[in-house]
Design a protein. Structure first.
Length: 302
């Protein structure tokens, strides 16, 4: 009988150790280290807050009616539908609402996935942050794109819009975004939704898509629906009926949502690769996954 060649026992130990290290590594470190998109067809995989992106497309730094901000974050990657949406919204908003152009914040990392610092979602390339500040009439320098501060629309210390910071073209911009067939939800601060409810009057059906949420006083967050035919993408529940200007908004404007939890909620453990759909491991490994800055080796706790 022919004997099959065997690997030395140490090879198994090494492989197992590498797999265990990857299992334990926060997925944000693995996806944060992938400098380029996975060379695959574009596909949103998993949920907005536990997924990844195959075949990400990069938004150009400059377009006729947009400029991409914070270049060093390397988060201008999205599903091709998202890039097409930004191009469409920026053009329509200029033409119809007189909005000079979009300052585009984070979309996703090149391969999506969890990211360090802030965002829970933005993992599948279908979320994009757009500043409430209109684009200036000149091209921002790299330093300005890095350092320029976004401006909150709220009167400091309140849940109300500051009329001095409000731009009358904003409802027009948000209406175009909210009625785009690719869009599932748009998140804004509850005080901003209240202002939109006020100015919309009877034309309020489009406000159903505008969802109140914490933060989002400096930018609005557009979430696209799962692209048609992509069974790998996990959608969110449907939005309740109505424009959301009534009881739900009243709750958001009351004290309850802003009270700190008692006892305080412990921070969630960072997601690992095991918390994401198995296809995300393929996305991570595709094309050799060139890295910007490999994660530092972790010193095991003693
Ligand atoms: Zn966002």
């Amino acid at each position: 009988m022919r004997r099959l060649p065997t690997l030395p026992a140490t090879a198994f130990v090494l492989a197992a150790t590498a797999a265990a290290a990857q299992n334990a590594t926060p997925a944000r470190d693995l996806f944060g280290a992938a400098a380029t998109p996975a060379p695959m067809n574009t596909m949103a995989i998993g949920g907005y807050s536990a997924g990844c992106l195959a075949g990400g497309a990069q938004l150009a730094a400059d377009g006729p009616n947009w400029q991409a901000m914070r270049p060093a974050r390397n988060r201008a990657f999205g599903h091709t539908d998202t890039i097409a949406f930004i191009e469409r919204l920026s053009a329509d908003a200029a033409r119809i609402a007189g909005w000079p152009g979009l300052l585009v914040g984070d979309i996703s990392q090149p391969r999506g996935g969890p990211a360090a610092g802030g965002h829970v979602s933005h993992q599948t390339g279908l979320d994009v942050d757009i500043w409430f500040m209109p684009m200036p009439d000149y091209r921002l320098s790299a330093a300005e794109r890095t350092n320029l501060s976004a401006i909150s629309l709220l009167r400091p210390g309140t849940l109300e819009v500051d009329p001095a910071r409000w731009d009358d073209r904003l409802p027009g911009l948000l209406r175009i975004a909210a009625t785009d067939p690719a869009v599932a939800r748009i998140f804004v601060h509850p005080g901003i939704k209240a202002r939109l409810c006020e100015v919309a009057g009877a034309d309020s059906a489009w406000l159903r898509t505008i969802r109140p949420w914490y933060g989002h006083e400096y930018h609005f967050h557009v979430r696209l629906a799962c692209p048609e035919g992509e069974a790998t993408c996990i959608p969110q529940d449907a939005i309740p009926e109505g424009d959301g200007c009534g009881a739900e908004l009243a709750w958001w404007l009351g004290p309850e949502p802003w009270q700190p939890a008692d006892p305080p909620t412990p921070p969630a453990a960072p997601l690992t690769l095991a918390d994401l759909p198995p296809a995300c491991a393929t996305v991570l490994a595709a094309g050799g996954a060139p890295v910007v800055d490999p994660p530092l080796p972790r010193i095991p706790p003693r």
